[in-house]
Design a protein around this ligand. Structure first.
Ligand code: ZN
Length: 165
């Protein structure tokens, strides 16, 4: 599965608020959601999360790797259709983020430590899940994409550093 990744801080698709997947559209978008999971699972693509607008589709679909931390080697990558953060801890945590759509840039972003997310899975079942640590961060980053928000909007420090390569 190859996608063309939308890039750029002012990219119109990335800056558009995405629409919910309606019940009549669910079946149609299940395949796309599964393709997004496959894309993220491919190490050549180098991502831990992907939101539909990043592949040019302004629909509320994300694929996320539910990692405890950067050393986690035993994690699930799942698709969430119409994800919604329905609860969150008040406590936040600062950590470094990057984005497939903003190549070469990283920055520290404050995110809630724990969240509860509701979504529809690719079997069209409603689900909710409690997440913490890196998984919670990844989901918050991807849900932001659905609102047209990029991580750079939330970087507090002015030190946007270039990735070493
Ligand atoms: Zn991103």
């Amino acid at each position: 599965m190859q996608f063309t990744i939308q890039t750029g801080k002012t990219n119109e698709i990335l800056r558009t608020k995405s629409e919910s997947v309606s019940s009549v559209e669910l079946r149609k978008f299940t395949r796309l959601a599964e393709d997004m999971v496959r894309y993220i699972k491919n190490p050549d693509n180098g991502g831990v999360g992907l939101a539909a607008p990043q592949i040019g589709v302004n629909k509320r679909i994300i694929a996320v790797s539910l990692m405890r931390d950067g050393d986690d080697e035993n994690y699930r990558t799942i698709a969430m259709i119409n994800p919604e953060i329905i609860e969150h801890a008040d406590e936040t945590e600062l950590d470094n983020e990057g984005c497939l759509s903003i190549p070469g840039e990283h920055g520290d972003v404050d995110r809630w430590k724990r969240i509860k997310v509701s979504y529809i899975d690719t079997s069209l079942r409603p689900q909710s899940i409690l997440l913490s640590g890196l998984a919670a961060r990844i989901v918050q980053h991807e849900v932001d994409h659905l609102e047209g928000i990029l991580f750079i909007d939330r970087v507090k420090k002015s030190e946007n550093i270039l990735a070493k390569k």
